[in-house]
Design a protein. Structure first.
Lengths: 111, 113
């Protein structure tokens, strides 16, 4: 069963707009990771945030983590058509060390 | 080789046949994983290996087996394929289980008729 669940399932925006995706999880975690998957390809790692961190940045990406609410968000600023992809969160819980993926958010950025 | 390779890229298989999906990495990562990806269900873990010589069951292990004879190779075997095993299979590797990012292969698209 999925530990992390992304929201929304699908998101459609115009180029230049910001895109925000959320991930909620059920049990305490060691870290949370975000991945991107372009159609027909393997997943590519974007950002890893550990349980003692609150925010991380990488280029146009910003990830926040709120352990009290058991949730994370991925913000893509100034989106581009090339950002069109599915985005997945993966959680690693204490004790198991096995990442669990959510079902993903499908992002479409219209040029 | 750079990263993770998977073979074959795609395969159509008759039900009841035996099939091995190959996965090889050149990063010398300790942990390796097999996932299946089905529409609407995201990625589900089939089997994993924290280090060479050890394996473990994931969320959906039934009908699949793995081996980890060395660090680089992590083959996934379907002993007797069934149509419900039609899926896209991804292999991944990680420096150490649970602490780092995972690196994914390009996937194998398997159709069982």
């Amino acid at each position: 069963s999925q530990q992390g669940e992304e929201d929304p399932q699908a998101l459609s925006i115009q180029e230049g707009e910001n895109a925000t995706m959320n991930c909620s999880y059920k049990t305490s975690i060691n870290n949370l990771q975000w991945y991107r998957q372009n159609s027909g390809r393997g997943l590519v790692h974007l950002i890893l945030i550990r349980s003692n961190e609150r925010e991380k940045h990488s280029g146009r990406l910003r990830v926040t983590l709120d352990t009290s609410k058991k949730s994370s968000s991925l913000l893509i600023t100034a989106s581009r058509a090339a950002d069109t992809a599915s985005y997945f969160c993966a959680t690693v819980s204490g004790g198991s060390y096995i990442p669990t993926f959510g079902r993903g958010t499908s992002l479409i950025v219209h040029p | 080789i750079a990263g993770i390779t998977q073979a074959p890229t795609s395969q159509i298989l008759a039900a009841g046949r035996r099939m091995t999906l190959r996965c090889t990495q050149d990063m010398r990562h300790n942990a390796m994983y097999w996932y299946r990806q089905d529409l609407g269900l995201g990625l589900r873990l089939i089997h994993y290996s924290n280090t060479a010589g050890t394996t473990g069951k994931g969320e959906v292990p039934d009908g699949y087996s793995v081996s980890r004879a060395n660090t680089d190779d992590f083959p996934l075997t379907l002993a007797s394929a069934v149509p419900s095993q039609t899926s896209v299979y991804f292999c991944a590797a990680e420096p150490e289980a649970g602490y780092n990012e995972q690196f994914f292969g390009p996937g194998t698209r398997l159709t069982v008729l």
